[in-house]
Write a protein that binds this ligand. Structure first.
Ligand SMILES: *Cc1c(COP(=O)(O)O)cnc(C)c1O
Length: 388
């Protein structure tokens, strides 16, 4: 067992970039005033939040009044779905929300609860085996009762990129709001909201080399959503609670860096990922790539292996010095198939043997090559029940 761990789990979280950490640092103990306070300490942190907001707005191509800081992408997704005046929608003729079956739990579980409480109706958009929205069938589904369409942009578990821009332009001429969870795409795709034609967009800083515990919500028309917590007037009253100044400063800095590097990082990682996929599929029998083979995040490789328990595989990879994931939140010692893969029609055997390898700034060709040979060895040994 090696003591150093090679990190190949960048879709779960990323390390905070040095420049981001440096930008945050003064706002812990030097400039610590409450941004709502009138004195100079408060003015200083309020100004820091407003310049972070302006920077985010400039990058996304919207007015600063459309940007809100939350504590996570989970909260941002909840704020849109729960806050979208669903009571009003339920009473009108538009009460129907369409999502894909492969959304993050913060979307799926929220919709499940809203529907069980009789607030709106939830249905799934048709997706292909890779989890990508079927565009032609999509257009036929846009009936008069639909209030909101919510589609994940880059899938965290299987890497598929949805045709958000195309869906956005189909919805443009209709009175249907469009939300996308763009958490996984920040490092790789330009996120101008006018190009994408989205009404709501969710981000989380810790997925793009920023700190954990801070989310961003873009809302074209903030008046359309109600706050889901009651309290003070922070964030225009939409998200009460004293803002976490250092995290907000870090989120904006991280977004700026990630969006400036998205082309070069995509170009650097794509061939490494392609080589990883090629070798794994060639050398490991009864294996398959999950997600779309073309329209996928440049850093993302996800597989299923027949006759393998993900948790066991991850444990042995960890012992060999590699941090990977199954892609879904499964519990140690409790081999459960991925709900997402089952929803896409994978048999239980394959859905229990998922592996997600997600590259990032620290990944090199050499790392990928070494990892691939270890993976081949570990899968072989697990299948032949040899003690490792
Ligand atoms: C990580 C992730 C989230 C949740 O982000 P948090 O800020 O950790 O709540 C939501 N959606 C996607 C696609 C993610 O990958």
């Amino acid at each position: 067992m090696s003591s150093e761990i090679v990190y190949l789990d960048h879709s779960a979280t990323t390390p905070v970039d040095e420049a981001v950490f440096a930008a945050m640092k003064p706002y812990f103990s030097e400039y610590y005033g409450n941004p709502s306070s009138l004195h100079r300490q408060g003015q200083k942190t309020e100004a820091a939040i407003e310049s972070a907001r302006s920077l985010v707005a400039e990058i996304l191509g919207c007015p600063p009044t459309s940007i809100f800081f939350t504590a996570s992408a989970t909260e941002s997704n909840n704020l849109v779905l729960q806050g979208l005046s669903l009571d009003r929608i339920l009473n009108s003729s538009r009460y129907h929300v369409l999502t894909t079956p492969v959304e993050h739990p913060s979307v799926l579980e929220t919709m499940r609860q809203l529907q069980s409480r009789g607030r709106g109706m939830h249905s799934f958009l048709p997706v292909d085996r890779g989890g990508k929205v079927k565009v032609t069938e999509f257009e036929n589904l846009l009936s008069d009762d639909i209030a909101l369409v919510a589609t994940i942009y880059g899938n965290n578990e299987i890497g598929t990129i949805n045709p958000v821009k195309h869906l956005g332009s189909s919805l443009q001429s209709r009175p249907i709001a469009f939300h996308t969870d763009a958490v996984q795409t920040v490092n790789f795709i330009d996120l101008n909201v006018n190009r994408l034609q989205v009404d709501f967009l969710t981000l989380s800083a810790h997925k793009f080399y920023g700190p954990k515990g801070v989310g961003i919500l873009y809302a074209r028309d903030p008046g359309a959503i109600q706050p889901i917590m009651k309290g003070g007037s922070q964030e225009s009253g939409l998200r009460p609670g004293t803002q976490n100044v250092p995290l907000i400063v870090g989120a904006a800095k991280a977004l700026e860096l990630a969006q400036s590097l998205h082309k070069s990082e995509s170009a650097r990682l794509r061939p490494l990922r392609d080589e990883l996929i090629r070798v794994v599929l060639a050398r490991i029998s009864d294996s398959a790539l999950t997600g779309d083979s073309e329209e996928r995040l440049p850093h993302h490789a996800s597989f299923v292996f027949s006759g393998i328990d993900s948790n066991e595989l991850l444990t042995y990879l960890d012992l060999r010095g590699y941090a990977c994931s199954s892609g879904s939140a499964c519990k140690v010692g409790n081999p459960e198939p991925s709900a997402l893969l089952l929803a896409l029609g994978y048999p239980e055997d394959l859905a229990t043997g998922a592996l997600r390898v997600t590259l990032g700034k620290s990944s090199s060709a050499e790392i990928v090559e070494d990892f691939t040979s270890v993976l081949i060895e570990v899968v072989d040994s697990l299948r032949s029940q040899v003690n490792l």
